[in-house]
Design a protein around this ligand. Structure first.
Ligand code: PBG
Length: 350
């Protein structure tokens, strides 16, 4: 033990001759208090970034909760207009519309989707009349109108790209006639942005924009949405059981750039990437590749996960909402479609 005593003495003697290490660069200086943190903050989330998806159903003065999406309702048109007024007064500037279509109105071609007096067309008109400042973005896809629950028309057991495009053009023009500001095709058919653009130009709707779901993946995170609209692909041996022949394979990343570039070339005004949180690498990559605005869809499954954890007391609801939306913006989003838009607006307006 005498030996160790001298060994320690000797070690101390040596270490005292070494100067104390100087750390020239200390990142913690700029985190010391909330004022300095605010000065160096790179990303700022505001209500300008939020788009609220809305589910509409037939009838009056009714709303139905969607069990897998706590806090989200299907509403009749009158209550939808009221909700839009409220959202707009809170600073939310855009809504994305989805219709719950009754089974008797569904067919293979989605004929109801271009009915001039359809629920979608009447909803667009009513919102634009009551809240002209609200940007109305109707969803353009056949699935809520299809007996098969697919985004396209089925021909010989397959989703028929070009026949679907013809239907999407009719649907788009009917939305434009009703007063829509920006159409949001979510179907993933090839060439549909060019087809819709041509249809709009020919119809005289030169000011109606296209927000194209350019990189939309075949994702399990759409489950709660499909239960909200009863729009999941139907169990039927003669039709594809999933959407993998048109939505993207989640193993792929370069392909997203190819999809985006084609939609840009076809005349899209805004590019969508979907889902959001598990796909932020794609968002960052697309951000580097294009200068058009990027929309990101924080989808129903992402919302459901957050709500389930918050309801169990496992996550702080408010903090998790603001953090997820800010991170989506940090990755490169200019706008975020999110079911938490209203809640986020309340928090941001505090
Ligand atoms: C359908 C459509 C879907 C969503 C938006 N439009 C579902 C799907 O592609 O099956 C998903 C939205 C969400 O999950 O929040 N064209």
């Amino acid at each position: 033990s005498f030996f160790f005593f001298f060994l320690i003495k000797f070690a101390k003697l040596i270490s005292n001759t070494i100067p104390k290490m100087i750390i020239y660069s200390r990142n913690r200086r700029l985190r010391a208090n909330s004022s300095i943190r605010a000065l160096v903050q790179e990303t700022v989330l505001t209500t300008n970034d939020l788009v609220m998806p809305i589910f509409v159903m037939e009838g009056t003065d009714k709303q139905e909760p969607i069990p897998s999406m706590p806090g989200i309702f299907r509403r009749t048109l009158d209550l939808t207009v009221k909700e839009c007024k409220e959202l707009n007064s809170m600073g939310v500037k855009a809504v994305n519309l989805y219709m719950k279509v009754s089974e008797n109105l569904k067919d293979n071609k989605g004929t109801e989707s271009w009915n001039k007096n359809g629920l979608m067309q009447n909803t667009i008109k009513a919102i634009k009349d009551a809240v002209p400042g609200m940007i109305v973005m109707p969803d353009v896809a056949l699935d809520p109108y299809s007996i098969f629950g697919h985004d396209g028309i089925i021909t010989n057991g397959k989703v028929d790209n070009d026949a679907t495009n013809d239907a999407l053009v009719k649907m788009s023009v009917s939305h434009a006639e009703a007063g829509a500001d920006i159409l949001a095709p979510s179907d993933m058919m090839d060439g549909r942005v060019a087809a819709i653009r041509t249809g709009l130009e020919e119809g005289g709707f030169t000011d109606v924009g296209i927000l194209s779901y350019a990189a939309k993946y075949a994702s399990s995170f759409y489950g709660p949405f499909r239960s909200a609209l009863d729009s999941a692909p139907k169990e039927n041996a003669d039709i594809p059981k999933d959407k993998k022949t048109y939505q993207m394979d989640f193993h792929n990343s370069r392909e997203a750039i190819d999809e985006v570039m084609k939609d840009v070339a076809e005349g899209a005004d805004i590019i969508m990437i979907k889902p959001g949180m598990p796909y932020l690498d794609i968002v960052a990559k697309v951000r580097d590749a294009i200068d058009l605005p990027i929309a990101v869809y924080n989808v129903s499954g992402e919302y459901a996960m957050l709500k389930a954890a918050a309801q169990n007391g496992w996550l702080d609801n408010d903090k998790a909402i603001i953090e997820s939306l800010t991170c989506i913006k940090r990755a490169g989003a200019d706008m975020i479609f999110t079911y938490a838009a209203k809640e986020a607006a309340v928090l941001l307006n505090k």
